[in-house]
Write a protein that binds this ligand. Structure first.
Ligand code: F6P
Length: 516
């Protein structure tokens, strides 16, 4: 037994879990007219309703006791103080410093360089090699160097300028770059090569092909006006052939999946302008301050984290569905997959011991109402319950039909949470809905740069708190390495190099791929 599973707080929760058998959340609403308010917390334009989850006073007390016993407050202080809590890599975890009211000098310096560059590009002052203004920004990056900025640019599209559009290329599959470049004029295209390490194979290959596309059209000398880089690796950027004057730096204490607040957010700033980018940072800062100062019982990231732990570890539910009822948040589930699964998909604790409890859930999702017509069947009637975060946004940026579209959208989101709670009796077994399936509703008045910043920081801190409770390092990602190493051996073999020994299946697939 580990210290965690052997702790009185853990054991108390296991006992409480048993006490929930046969009790339905719906009946708690009947017993307590104030249940909804009791389990709802509001921070500015963000409202989190946990009342449809299996929480009652003893359960919440026990979860909070677990958080205290695991020293969540101490770890939080260590993170904010810049201690090297990413222990396997000996690094601090300071993405919060990127959005601080008074950021460190190095952060402020890069922000002001970004501000001046963004101003020049958006005003048409920065021109391409032929003297024309930039119309399209193509971000080339993958993982954290893609998902955050791509998701935010889509979410904040209404705040963008019609004069300047962004596109994102991540996949090494040539189709991605080819389709992204389709219809673009090299003379009005700016490439942002985004890579923390500047060694990522996919990004460098895509950047090389993009460079060829540009040089073929405009010549070698055009590169300086059409390529900028975002990286922590100045040497790599120079070696690639991008002028360091056109590089925006960040630091090893910014994890890739936590980097959209850094210069990795450059495409966001280019699309929506610096004021909106700063509002995004300010929203995240508001959540940071809340996370740092609110009592645990009112602390949104802590409450969401504890609810997740409750379902993952005591109800043995393996997944988490993220269901934004807002088309502009279509990429949020993919972004949260990296944030959560790359952070907490771990099976050894901070001391290198195998854990004897489950860690991060499988995260998936799609915007509502699309998901309703696809995988919700399993969420309602499948053999495993799937805790789901419903993210509702009240104001639409496109209130079609005098707002009718938005009212329909919201009616569906709310109805789903009711259906999952209440279920339905029926004579025919296939029409029975068991109900009592857990949901959390995050309701946002309007999706603005500020509220989006709050939402993203909420999830960041939720993931952090869960990692603390599980005693894992949420900030490394060694699980991505083995496949990369094997791919380099296999690539050499596909390209005709000496055959290494593999299993029979892998060898047959390599033979097959040699015809590519
Ligand atoms: O392979 C995983 C990963 O290292 C992520 O953690 C990271 O966000 C992504 O690759 C891209 O890395 P880079 O920004 O260094 O190109």
């Amino acid at each position: 037994m580990s210290a965690l599973t052997d702790s009185p707080e853990w054991k108390r929760l296991a006992v409480l879990r048993d006490a929930w058998r046969g009790r339905r959340v719906a009946s708690l609403f009947e017993q307590d007219a104030h249940r909804a308010g009791r389990y709802t917390r509001v921070l500015g334009e963000l409202r989190i309703d946990l009342s449809k989850a299996h929480l009652d006073p003893p359960t919440l007390d026990a979860l909070l006791a677990l958080a205290r016993a695991r020293d969540v407050e101490g770890w939080r202080a260590r993170m904010f103080a810049g201690d090297a809590i990413n222990s396997t890599e000996g690094r601090a975890v300071l993405h919060i410093a990127l959005r601080a009211e008074a950021p460190p000098a190095q952060v402020a310096e890069v922000l002001s360089r970004i501000e001046s560059f963004v101003g020049r590009v958006r005003s048409g002052n920065w021109t391409g090699a032929t003297g024309q203004r930039i119309r399209t920004v193509v971000n080339i990056g993958i993982g954290g160097s893609d998902l955050g900025p791509a998701m935010v640019c889509q979410a904040l599209e209404p705040y963008g300028s019609p004069e300047l559009k962004t596109r994102f290329v991540s996949n090494i599959d040539g189709t991605h770059l080819a389709t992204a470049l389709d219809g673009l004029d090299p003379a009005t295209t700016l490439f942002v090569i985004a890579s923390k390490t500047f060694t990522t194979q996919e990004t460098l290959a895509n950047a090389t092909s993009a460079r060829r596309w540009l040089v073929d059209a405009l010549g070698e000398n055009a590169v300086a006006k059409h390529f900028v880089a975002v990286s922590t690796n100045g040497g790599g950027v120079r070696e690639f052939g991008i002028d360091p004057a056109n590089m925006f730096g960040f630091w090893d204490w910014v994890g890739g999946r936590y980097s959209l607040w850094s210069a990795i957010g450059l495409p966001i700033a280019l699309q929506v302008g610096m004021d909106h980018f700063r509002a995004l940072l300010a929203g995240a800062r508001a959540m940071d301050t809340h996370f740092q100062t609110a009592k645990l019982v009112d602390n949104l990231p802590v409450l969401m984290a504890l609810t997740g732990i409750w379902y993952r570890n005591f109800w043995n539910l393996p997944a988490l569905a993220v269901l934004p009822y807002d088309q502009s948040l279509a990429r949020l589930p993919a972004y949260l997959q990296q944030l959560d699964m790359e952070s907490n998909g771990k099976s050894v604790d901070r001391d290198g011991n195998a854990v004897d409890y489950d860690t991060g859930p499988i995260v998936f999702g799609e915007p509502g109402t699309n998901g309703q017509h696809a995988f919700y069947q399993l969420i309602h009637q499948g053999t495993t319950a799937i805790p789901a975060d419903f993210i509702l946004v009240r104001e639409s940026h496109h209130p079609l039909g005098d707002g009718a579209h938005q009212r329909i959208l919201l009616s569906h989101g709310i109805a789903q949470t009711e259906a999952l709670l209440q279920g339905r009796h029926a004579i025919e077994p296939h029409r029975v809905f068991s109900g009592d399936r857990p949901t959390t509703t995050i309701a946002i008045d309007e999706l603005s740069p500020f509220t989006l910043g709050m939402l993203l920081a909420l999830y960041e801190h939720k993931v952090f708190v869960q990692g603390v409770i599980w005693n894992i390092n949420s900030f490394d990602q060694f699980g991505v390495e083995l496949g990369k190493q094997l791919a380099s051996t296999i690539l050499a073999e596909i390209e005709g190099g000496t055959r290494e020994r593999h299993d029979g299946s892998t060898e047959a697939l390599i033979d097959w791929a040699r015809d590519a």
